[in-house]
Design a protein around this ligand. Structure first.
Ligand code: BGC
Length: 246
């Protein structure tokens, strides 16, 4: 059994074939840049190109950076506002000719980690935060996902967390790792106070540089990097599709 997993991000759209039983990638992943403006039609075109690249005619799982309910996008923090109310699942199914299951991108990454990676077999409250263009969140209780938590938008000292502590903000404001880690730490400590998680998993693009900031964090909660690294979103999207579409 194979599923094509696709992860739609702020700078790149990546796809790979995934074995949903084991979470392994079966072929080299294929990445195309996110089209400028991140509007629905150009993104659907990229999704179609990725499906064509793999000559794919079977179920696709897609991680998307918005609140997703029943395939429909209900928010658009880092993408074009035109997505709000769009049936993403239908749009991508029409573009590719394949059944497409869509899930929030951070929920997808969390699903991968909880099933195959850093959170495997961990009971209690597990929280995954993805650090990339935005701050994504996935919350699990005894391995079960509470979808669409959107914790990147909570306020930390009067600022929206995502607008001060994402990886893109670090780059745009040319922040040192130390300065940025301090902001991230405040955010993660706020989450710790609110949710008392048993485990916090950090992922997303920034995790490639984990040594630069994880040692600087001061939370009491155990904090570990995503084991599947930046592939977690692809793997989790495929797993979600496998479970939903069979
Ligand atoms: C969005 C989330 C998404 C996160 C990471 C946020 O801006 O609101 O839905 O999971 O970015 O991409």
């Amino acid at each position: 059994m194979q599923i094509l997993g696709i992860d739609i991000g702020g700078t790149g759209i990546k796809g790979a074939l995934v074995e949903p039983d084991t979470g392994s990638l079966l072929a080299e992943r294929y990445r195309l840049p996110t089209p400028e403006g991140a509007k629905p039609a150009p993104i659907a075109e990229v999704v179609k190109r990725i499906a064509l690249q793999f000559d794919w005619h079977a179920p696709i799982g897609c991680g998307f950076p918005a609140v997703i309910r029943n395939g429909v996008a209900e928010s658009a923090a880092n993408i074009n506002q035109k997505w709000i109310g769009t049936n993403v699942s239908q749009l991508f199914s029409e573009a590719t000719g394949c059944p497409v299951y869509v899930v929030n991108d951070a929920d997808a990454a969390g699903l991968a980690e909880v099933n195959f990676g850093a959170g495997k077999g961990v009971y209690g409250v597990v929280m995954m935060i993805t650090i990339g263009t935005g701050l994504g969140s996935a919350l699990f209780i005894d391995g079960k996902l509470v979808p669409n938590t959107e914790l990147g938008h909570i306020e930390v000292e009067c600022d929206e967390a995502e607008s001060i502590a994402s990886d893109v903000v670090r780059k745009q404001q040319n922040l040192s790792w130390k300065k940025w880690a301090k902001r991230l730490d405040k955010y993660l400590c706020t989450l710790e106070n609110l949710f008392s998680p048993d485990l916090m998993i950090l992922g997303g693009g920034a995790i490639k540089k984990q040594d630069q900031f994880i040692p600087l964090l001061t939370l009491h909660t155990k904090v570990i990097p995503a084991e599947l690294g930046n592939d977690a979103g692809i793997v989790g999207a495929a797993l979600a599709a496998f479970r939903a579409l069979g």
